[in-house]
Design a protein around this ligand. Structure first.
Ligand SMILES: Cc1cc2nc3c(=O)[nH]c(=O)nc-3n(C[C@H](O)[C@H](O)[C@H](O)COP(=O)(O)OP(=O)(O)OC[C@H]3O[C@@H](n4cnc5c(N)ncnc54)[C@H](O)[C@@H]3O)c2cc1C
Length: 494
């Protein structure tokens, strides 16, 4: 059964956000009339803008999810309306000696899809979700949103470990691994549930890679992230049964009790079954009057979400509630029944003010969480934006698949997300992020390819892979893309 995945399209979503008075990028209907699209393929459905066309800059601006659009300028932007146009577009780009950069949803923090002089293949219209309830699988196109997938699958009683944020599309997310809901139970990362990828290669040929066919391409497509060497047009994914209930408990601590909260989070890891997702958030308390003095305006939330039978879920949450550190919590919200759909909607709740805006990220895997939190505490208190936040996610299941290039994991994931609005704060925020890096990187075991600033810190790319996986990725690049037709990881030689 084929469904158009855009239950909420990106444009519809941005409109909805605007209605909520959240600043966003303006998305314009592209008028291709002033472009030379005839020279770019037979398909009249393609939209196109060359640099200098009046529709170019609005399109480039709207390609990025965030408000800080980096000054990198493709020569041409092309949006195919169907997959069969892609080989033609590649052929045209190749004839003109252009490199291809690819965008599914534009969420990548380093905006790796924006490459000077490239042809940007914008796959934003490819959002179909095609569910086969009998085999419990689905074919999904790369721009299908997390929210759309959750919504469509719910109708069939299925689920998938989508991203924690509604607008994240499946393309870049799965290509880099994907750390989503219930990640310790539904695979180690979401790409563990990818059964096949349909890829258009540099020579225009389309292949379907699986564990048995084109297995090295299949290996690469599950973890390589922004350095992948082909256009992924569809993923075949294995679906999981929808959880019988989703129940969560949250405990809010003042930031001064961060050490206690961290101890509780770590103790919970050994107390929780794998179908419990644990998380800690350091954020500005949205309920506090920002002008008030003498009170803490930053908080730390420790949260457990269970995806299990109701009785077992409640038993888990009740046992976690016995932890002695809970006496330091100033507020709690226990045993609240929720759902994947509700959590997706809450992920864009303007009340917390965490989303949209200008955005910089650094992430690490660490085996030394208490030390990292200790290092970060003062630095976090000095952030220049009340929207900046830090997410900590312990990784209970660290079993990595041997047929996947996703190869780096640690005991805990720490993501530092600077979010601000004023362009005049760009420099000071970048400096603040550099300060974070200096503090936490010596305590890291690796990084996560989907959330590194690969252009400002190109060395971070290799930190996302074991040496063995890295060497294999570089060797495969030479085989599948010897002329470097597809944009590579930044600043890479060889
Ligand atoms: C608000 C927000 C919430 C997030 N939450 C999570 C989360 O919960 N868990 C998590 O794991 N990550 C999360 N992320 C990170 C997210 O996984 C990455 O940003 C990911 O790259 C987004 O995918 P995309 O399709 O938007 O990628 P894009 O930005 O469109 O593309 C990034 C790069 O991936 C490659 N690429 C993309 N599509 C294709 C394709 N079809 N074929 C070949 N190459 C392609 C290209 O090299 C491209 O430059 C979040 C990001 C944001 C902004």
């Amino acid at each position: 059964m084929n469904e158009v995945g855009n239950v909420w399209t990106r444009r519809g979503f941005v409109k909805a956000l605007s209605a909520l008075s959240i600043a966003g990028n303006s998305i314009l209907k592209i008028n291709a009339a002033d472009s030379s699209k005839e020279s770019w393929g037979r398909d009249s459905g393609n939209e196109l803008a060359e640099r200098g066309n009046q529709n170019y800059e609005p399109w480039r601006q709207s390609a990025a999810w965030q408000a800080r659009v980096l000054p990198r300028f493709p020569d041409v932007l092309v949006r195919p309306d169907q997959v069969r146009s892609i080989p033609d577009i590649l052929e045209n780009a190749s004839r003109r000696g252009k490199v291809i950069s690819i965008k599914s949803g534009g969420h990548n923090v380093s905006e790796a899809f924006l490459r000077d002089g490239s042809v940007l293949l914008d796959l934003g219209e490819l959002q179909d979700i095609d569910v086969d309830p009998v085999s419990q699988t689905a074919w999904i196109q790369p721009a299908a949103w997390s929210y759309s997938l959750v919504n469509v699958l719910a109708r069939y009683g299925f689920a998938f470990p989508v991203s924690h944020c509604a607008s994240v599309p499946m393309g870049g997310y799965l290509l880099g691994g994907g750390i989503g809901y219930n990640h310790d139970n539904w695979g180690t990362v979401a790409s563990d549930l990818v059964l096949a990828v349909e890829v258009v290669l540099a020579d225009g040929q389309t292949v379907v890679a699986t564990r048995d066919k084109h297995s090295d391409l299949f290996w690469a497509a599950r973890g390589a992230g922004i350095g992948f060497f082909g256009v992924i047009t569809r993923f075949k994914i294995k679906l999981v049964s929808a959880p019988p209930t989703v129940i969560e408990s949250s405990y809010v601590f003042p930031l001064s009790a961060l050490a206690d909260a961290t101890t509780m989070l770590q103790d919970w890891v050994s107390l929780s079954p794998a179908d419990t997702e644990l998380m800690m958030l350091l954020a500005h308390d949205p309920t506090i009057d920002k002008a008030a003095r003498g009170i803490e305006t930053k908080m730390c939330v420790v949260r457990a979400v269970t995806f299990a039978e109701e009785q077992a879920a409640r038993a888990t949450l009740n046992s976690l509630a016995n932890h002695p550190a809970i006496k330091h919590a100033v507020f709690d919200n226990r045993n609240v029944t929720t759902s994947l759909e509700s959590m997706q909607i809450a992920s864009v709740d303007p009340g917390m003010g965490l989303g949209y805006g200008r955005y910089a990220v650094d992430t690490i895997w660490t085996d030394k969480l208490p030390q990292v939190m200790n290092m970060i505490l003062n630095h976090f208190s000095n952030t220049n934006s009340a929207r900046t936040h830090i997410v900590v996610s312990p990784k209970q299941n660290r079993e990595l698949s041997s047929d996947s290039s996703f190869s780096m994991v640690g005991n805990a994931f720490v993501g530092v997300y600077a979010v601000w609005d004023d362009p005049l704060q760009d420099i000071s925020t970048d400096k603040w992020m550099d300060g974070v890096r200096k503090l936490i990187h010596p305590l890291s075991v690796g990084q996560y390819i989907n959330e590194v600033d690969a252009f400002n810190n190109p060395e971070s790319v290799q930190n996302c892979f074991t040496l063995e996986a890295w060497k294999k990725l570089r060797a495969l690049k030479k085989i599948y893309d010897p002329n470097k037709f597809f944009a590579d990881y930044p600043d890479i030689t060889g």
